[in-house]
Design a protein around this ligand. Structure first.
Ligand code: ADP
Length: 485
């Protein structure tokens, strides 16, 4: 069954019916055909009913006049009256019909065809007619109208039914008129359908032109022939599609630019330590009888450059893993107090070397659903920066607090601060306020980018407050319960 449905879906006809253009074409066609069909049957049926009813009334009137004459000329007792016979002959000739005159004994006393005279006839209509109920029936399949009229004898104030006139008139002339009109109507309908088809074809083509225009424009942009904006204003819908596409292209351009910039930065950052190593190695190679002390000094510098290269690569790998879209989150319920204590213990030696005092203040015990590795990396970067960009004898204070929804880690320092104009750039990859100073103290310019991405992956937020020469405060706010999407 499923296979059959698949085959139907693959079929060419089904495919073309999936096109909006084909569907609109079909809808207009059906909308044109329905009135034609209604007009066809409505008009013809009414025509037939109407003509049959006019013919019936006409014949009934004639028959009633003759029925009166039958009484006047006492025809039921003697059917040789010339006047009546002439009238009957005229009636049957005029309407191409047959008249039977039946007396009270149900005996046929006159048949204009002359074949049933003397025979007895009994039918429901005739019996009813003797009770005073005249009738008329259109027998369509037999091709005639049957009319039964009572022959009434009027006696002073009473009337008595003494016989019945059964008249059958042919509907051949009515049917030939009907067939003629039917033929004409059919021709008109075919003509109307051809016109509807033509208009339909024209409209559906014209209506879809803007959509074809927009598809062509998108294809041109896609194939790289042009990077112009798409602007098809024929319909609001095409305008919306164009706007959405332009916005998407703009976003892609921004992404592409930032990717290119990132690649350029990465190459530059990776080349710098290599260039230093090359200079150091070359100067050792080009000199003869280099003293051992110089070898040692240069090799130490080379080892430092290797460490630096290593750090850049490690940071880059961390950054790649910390993309917001990456689903790679290893969430567990973690004691944040212990996490921070461990982190500060690890960074203790760095603080001692920099002569900076590390203070930890916890307002309450906090447990939260976090990725321990990513959060540790994010907070380490903040504390490390607070130590690195500090002054001798300065301090770094880490405060942990929480409400019923989120926990907050505040990292403040008494360091050099960040200039106001640099604040909006500090989360950019490879951005450093003071390149040489940052390089001197081992910065790669990737730390805050990593931190920000890690915080966003936890659906948290990071804010900064800084005053040059006084110090900086970073505040990280993260939900206690991890929100997966
Ligand atoms: P880096 O590896 O150079 O430290 P980051 O991305 O961690 O790179 O930081 C970007 C820049 O922001 C740093 O180069 C530094 O100039 C500035 N910065 C970051 N944290 C602080 C801070 N606590 N005090 C002063 N400046 C800071």
């Amino acid at each position: 069954m499923a296979k059959l449905w698949e085959n139907i879906k693959k079929a060419k006809l089904f495919k073309s019916f999936r096109s909006l253009k084909t569907r609109i074409f079909c809808i207009i066609m059906v909308a044109g055909i329905i009135p034609c069909v209604m007009l066809h049957f409505g008009t013809l049926e009414r025509y037939l009913d109407n003509t049959v009813s006019v013919r019936t009334t006409e014949v009934q009137t004639q028959v009633k006049i003759i029925a009166d004459h039958l009484i006047t000329y006492n025809y039921l007792l003697d059917n040789s009256n010339e006047v009546v016979n002439a009238e009957l002959a005229q009636l049957s000739n005029l309407y191409d019909g047959r008249v039977l005159i039946i007396d009270s004994n149900m005996k046929i006393i006159k048949d204009t065809y002359g074949i049933s005279e003397g025979k007895t006839i009994i039918s429901e209509d005739i019996v009813k007619c003797f009770k005073g109920e005249g009738a008329s029936n259109h027998l369509e399949e037999k091709g005639y109208i049957e009319i039964v009229v009572p022959i009434e004898e009027k006696l002073e104030d009473k009337a008595r039914i003494v016989g019945v006139m059964l008249t059958s008139v042919s509907t051949d002339s009515i049917m030939s008129g009907y067939e003629y009109i039917q033929g004409r109507l059919f021709l008109l309908e075919i003509l109307a359908l051809v016109v509807v088809f033509g208009i339909d074809y024209f409209i559906s083509r014209k209506m879809f032109k803007p959509f074809e225009k927009i598809t062509d424009a998108i294809n041109e942009v896609k194939n790289g022939f042009t990077d112009e904006q798409i602007n098809v204003t024929d319909y609001i819908e095409t305008e919306h599609i164009g706007d959405a596409f332009n916005q998407m292209m703009l976003r892609m351009k921004v992404l592409d630019d930032s990717r290119q910039e990132f690649v350029a930065n990465v190459s530059h950052e990776l080349k710098t330590p290599l260039a230093s190593m090359k200079v150091l190695a070359d100067s050792l190679l080009t000199q003869e009888d280099v003293p051992v002390e110089m070898y040692r000094e240069f090799m130490t510098d080379i080892a430092e450059e290797i460490d630096r290269e290593n750090k850049i690569i490690t940071d880059l790998l961390s950054l790649v893993k910390m993309t917001r879209t990456s689903p790679d989150m290893n969430v567990e319920l973690i004691d944040i107090n212990s996490l921070l204590e461990l982190l500060l213990k690890r960074l203790g030696p760095l603080a001692i070397r920099a002569d900076v005092k590390l203070i930890f203040e916890s307002c309450r015990p906090v447990s939260a659903e976090v990725d321990e590795v990513k959060l540790t990396l994010a907070l380490s970067n903040l504390v490390e920066n607070a130590i690195k960009y500090n002054n001798k004898g300065g301090w770094v204070k880490v405060v942990l607090d929480a409400d019923y929804q989120c926990f907050t880690v505040t990292v403040s320092d008494s360091g050099i601060g960040i200039p106001q104009e640099s604040i909006e750039h500090i989360y950019e990859r490879f951005y450093r306020v003071d390149k040489s100073h940052s390089r001197e103290i081992g910065g790669t310019g990737l730390g805050l980018a990593i931190t920000r991405n890690a915080v966003l992956m936890h659906r948290g937020s990071i804010t900064v407050n800084s005053e040059e020469g006084k110090g900086t405060t970073f505040t990280v706010k993260i939900p206690l319960t991890y929100i997966s999407q």
